[in-house]
Ligand binder design. Structure first.
Ligand code: GCV
Length: 720
């Protein structure tokens, strides 16, 4: 199948020709995407440029820590680019822009920065203040890291053409830990990674520090990410060898000035793999000694090491249950040892048995009863939904069920089930949908976000992790718009009250264009993209229709136990007459999901098995609705293609073309999904696809070919 892009199909009209000869030469061409949202291109709005130039000729920085030095460097880089002239660093306190810690402010100024006690250690103020007839802008942090976060906020303000007069910003993160989890293997393959190889060049470390590590730290810090686990949760024991600890220490040195703490994923059976021990039983004194020694060794090399992330007794990974111990037993032994150095243990709740039961119940069944038994430095890390990062799932019932346990949200940024790096899908919509879901904990309004940020149940540690979508391709993420998912994850981990739209707008203005109409159009593309993807892949709460193994493309005929389609109907009965997974939710949510009349249609087939003739709110039958949704999803992608064409003149040529080409591929694959799923369900149900819908592009033979092709495509394969 030859894919032609919507835009390239169009003939070059007069305005297009005019554009080629007039405007195009002035646009930057061939942006490779490496600079992410920290582009700092020269401001082209002359009024805004003059205003900035007037107020930002000099800056000064009070203090000399490494964090303040990187803040100064960023100011020079940012304004050097945006103003195309050097912003001069002058002695402490004299600049038009002043970066300082609160404690270093002159007493008369301190009063102006009313401290709401105690001010957050990562927080900052940005204020413009008149002093002796001169206007100065102050970026004030409680600690150095607050100054750096404030610096990035101020740069963002200018990047998004915000006002500089009357600036009065007070900001602090809502969560303590804002974390990226890399599923990067030590051989540089990336599990579920679609953007090249791992960025960590283990063979060069610790001697050679790749420039990319620094840019990675800058990008993360600019959105408030303060922790990273650098290796796969399917962890190699070798990460704990002295050789790797030295490499890790070199990375920790790079991250430190940017306020980023280093975690590693560890293999629970490391004591057996790396020493002569015959067991990794956490209750065995020799095993405990081994962990104590290893952890001491780590802290000797990295005194601010953050801790371990552990996937145990899940998908074949070793764990305490191998020795008849519980998750609490295993986690607490490691946590106790880490606690001696103020380290943290993150223990994943992603467990399932695969014994023919309803696996979505397993995380709750295994973990809810353990509430309150973990040591205070343990996080239980819970995936957003009870299954496994499907396009749409209800929130995990563990949110709300662990009142006495610190619980970290785990989202996936890499698009394992949402189009890899081929499909434009803005995941902030998914994140927000989950964070805003009402858990009805204690029968009241209680969003997932309120559980995660500890305001409802008062957990002592709070955090959110995102499985990284970063690789060593030039633009970091493959699809340019996948950068927006990294960006949005960080922004929401910092402040879950931001809207997806606001984040999209910021990202577009920092990355793509400032032209208001184009910004509006691209916001619309991004905001609509998530629902389109759900519709052409797995509408109405369906799950796991994707290929087995690599998970790319449709294979609804493979794992039929997830949708249970038969001649009579489709869906998973998780009500009290079925697996009773609904019982894991609190009332009145349980009742809402149990009753088909009140169950949201977006999750209908997640909770119910229904006849094909079931009447939907639209007046269509379930079968007709399914056909409608799949077609609607495809139409949505076509709409995105047209919207993208409409902004062509405002976008860098290389960027425009990459996205245009990928959208064409997305359209083709949306059709593939639609045709494969509807063809299969039509065969099973013996119902014909209504004539009002488009004739399938892919006939049975083509579908087989396409499936085979996708199995062979190298970049679709799982890299373990
Ligand atoms: C790291 C899913 C993915 C696996 C991943 C696992 C997990 O099953 O397909 O690749 O393994 O989740 O989150 O541990």
């Amino acid at each position: 199948m030859i894919i032609s892009t919507t835009c390239s199909k169009r003939s070059l009209c007069f305005s297009g020709i005019l554009f080629l000869f007039t405007i195009l030469p002035f646009l930057s061409r061939g942006d490779d995407g490496y600079r992410l949202w920290l582009k700092y291109d020269k401001i082209t709005d002359t009024a805004y440029y003059s205003m900035c130039q007037q107020h930002l000729q000099t800056f000064s920085i009070v203090g000399s820590s490494k964090t303040l030095q990187v803040a100064a460097k960023e100011i020079k880089k940012g304004f050097g680019g945006m103003l195309a002239t050097n912003i001069k660093e002058v002695s402490s306190g004299d600049g038009q822009l002043i970066l300082t810690k609160y404690k270093d402010l002159h007493t008369h100024l301190k009063k102006q920065f009313r401290q709401d006690n105690p001010f957050h250690e990562e927080g900052y103020f940005i204020r413009s203040i008149e002093e002796e007839g001169k206007r100065k802008i102050f970026i004030v942090g409680q600690e150095d890291i607050g100054v750096l976060y404030g610096t990035f906020h101020f740069l963002r303000t200018v990047q998004t053409r915000g006002r500089l007069e009357g600036l009065s910003i007070r900001n602090a993160p809502k969560l303590q830990w804002r974390m990226l989890n890399h599923w990067d293997n030590l051989n540089r393959t990336v599990e579920r990674g679609y953007a090249g190889q791992s960025i960590w060049k283990w063979d060069e470390l610790p001697d050679k520090i790749d420039e990319r590590y620094i840019d990675y730290a800058r990008a993360n810090s600019s959105i408030g990410i303060n922790a990273v686990a650098v290796n796969n949760v399917n962890a190699s024991p070798h990460i704990l060898t002295q050789e790797y600890l030295e490499k890790l220490a070199a990375l920790a040195d790079v991250f430190r000035p940017y306020g980023i703490r280093l975690f590693i994923s560890i293999n629970f059976a490391s004591p057996t793999a790396l020493s002569g021990l015959s067991t990794a039983d956490p209750f065995e004194p020799a095993v405990q000694r081994w962990w104590n020694n290893k952890i001491d060794e780590i802290y000797t090399i990295m005194p601010d090491f953050a801790g371990f992330l552990v996937k145990a007794n899940s998908e074949g990974q070793p764990g305490p249950q191998d020795y008849g111990r519980t998750h609490v037993d295993g986690a607490n032994v490691l946590a106790r040892s880490l606690a001696r150095h103020n380290g943290i243990l993150i223990w994943r709740a992603f467990v399932y048995e695969n014994k023919g039961n309803d696996r979505v119940k397993d995380p709750y069944d295994e973990f809810a009863s353990l509430d309150g038994q973990f040591l205070p430095n343990v996080f239980v890390q819970t995936k957003n939904g009870p299954l496994d990062f499907q396009p749409r799932e209800p929130h995990s019932p563990l949110f709300g069920a662990l009142a006495s346990t610190s619980q970290m949200m785990e989202f996936q940024i890499t698009q394992e089930y949402t189009g890899f790096s081929t499909h434009l899908v803005y995941l902030a919509k998914l994140y927000k949908e989950v964070l805003d879901s009402n858990t009805y904990t204690d029968g009241q309004q209680a969003s997932v976000a309120q559980i995660v940020d500890g305001t409802l149940q008062g957990q002592s540690m709070t955090g959110m992790a995102g499985v990284s979508n970063i690789g060593d391709v030039q633009n970091w993420t493959g699809h340019l718009f996948a950068q927006a998912n990294w960006y949005a994850f960080g922004r929401l981990a910092w402040d879950h009250e931001l809207s997806s739209k606001q984040i999209a707008k910021e990202w577009i203005e920092m990355t793509l264009t400032h032209e208001p109409k184009a910004v509006e159009t691209i916001v619309a593309i991004m905001e609509g993209s998530y629902e389109h993807m759900v519709n052409y892949m797995m509408p109405l709460g369906l799950t796991v229709l994707s290929s087995e193994g690599h998970h790319y493309g449709p294979q609804p005929w493979r794992r039929t136990g997830f949708h249970n389609a038969n001649k009579e109907g489709i869906g998973y009965n998780r009500t009290s007459t079925g697996s009773n997974a609904v019982a894991q939710y609190t009332e009145p949510l349980q009742r809402k999901y149990e009753q088909v009349e009140t169950c949201p249609e977006a999750l209908l087939l997640w909770f119910h098995h229904l006849p094909w003739s079931y009447q939907m709110q639209s007046g269509r039958t379930l079968w007709e609705e399914l056909c409608f949704k799949y077609n609607d999803g495809v139409e949505g992608v076509r709409q995105m293609q047209q919207q993208w064409c409409a902004v062509r003149q405002q976008i860098d040529t290389a960027t425009f073309e990459q996205v245009d080409r990928l959208l064409a591929e997305q359209e083709d694959e949306a059709v593939w999904w639609r045709d494969a799923c509807l063809e299969y369900f039509s065969q099973v149900s013996k119902l014909a696809i209504p004539a009002e819908y488009e004739v399938p592009r892919y006939k049975e033979e083509d579908l087989k070919k396409k499936e085979k092709q996708s199995q062979n495509l190298k970049h679709y394969s799982v890299a373990r």
